[in-house]
Design a protein around this ligand. Structure first.
Ligand code: FMN
Length: 173
């Protein structure tokens, strides 16, 4: 494999978390700071987050939105709701999800650098978070992330397509 940064090659997204591990407010702030520096179309930076740490008000609501949808996430020390704004911005395209994805990826890599684990996920109660955090169109509660530590010793073999398959010329029929 061509050599790349360990922060990228080692990152992985657990579906199990140590229920006794707690992240600090400072660590959550570091993740949000990493999101802040992501690139965005026209530097619009139209992404918003609802961070929750076990025990706080946001976390209690976010946990309710996860229960019954992504129960594997219930032990995570932190939960983050990721929001973008929907509008056709340039060339008739909506760059909101792209920009939010960049911001979330910044958080995932920052977490890896800090020895933490995160997993982005799409399966949660959007009606509940929309109601509880007053999120209405054009704002979209798009994805969530867990934050925490996988149980000691848990690892995962990550699978990826070979690099040649990324090339459009090899994809065309
Ligand atoms: C937009 C998005 C939505 C996802 N939704 C879910 C989900 O609903 N449930 C889940 O378990 N994982 C979800 N994932 C996690 C992916 O399955 C995971 O990132 C992928 O399998 C690659 O694994 P890795 O992150 O460990 O490299 C989602 C990831 C992304 C980027």
């Amino acid at each position: 494999m061509t050599d790349i940064s360990k922060i990228i090659s080692r990152r992985w997204s657990p579906r199990e978390y140590d229920p006794d591990f707690s992240i600090t407010n400072e660590q959550m702030d570091q993740l949000l700071e990493a999101a802040r520096w992501a690139p965005s179309a026209m530097n619009a930076q139209e992404w918003w987050f609802v961070p929750g740490i076990r025990g706080d008000k946001n976390y209690k609501v976010l946990r309710r939105a996860v229960a019954g949808f992504s129960d594997w996430a219930l032990d995570a020390s932190g939960l983050i709701l990721n929001i973008h704004q929907e509008y056709p911005s340039r060339h008739g395209l909506d760059f909101g999800p792209y920009d939010l994805g960049s911001a979330v990826q910044n958080m995932l890599l920052q977490a890896e650098a800090m020895g933490l684990h995160m997993r982005p996920f799409a399966t949660f109660d959007r009606e509940l978070v929309s109601r509880e955090f007053q999120i209405a169109a054009p704002y979209v509660p798009f994805t969530m992330c867990t934050v925490g530590k996988a149980p000691a010793g848990l690892t995962k073999d990550r699978e990826r397509k070979p690099m040649q398959q990324l090339l459009w010329e090899n994809h065309q029929a």
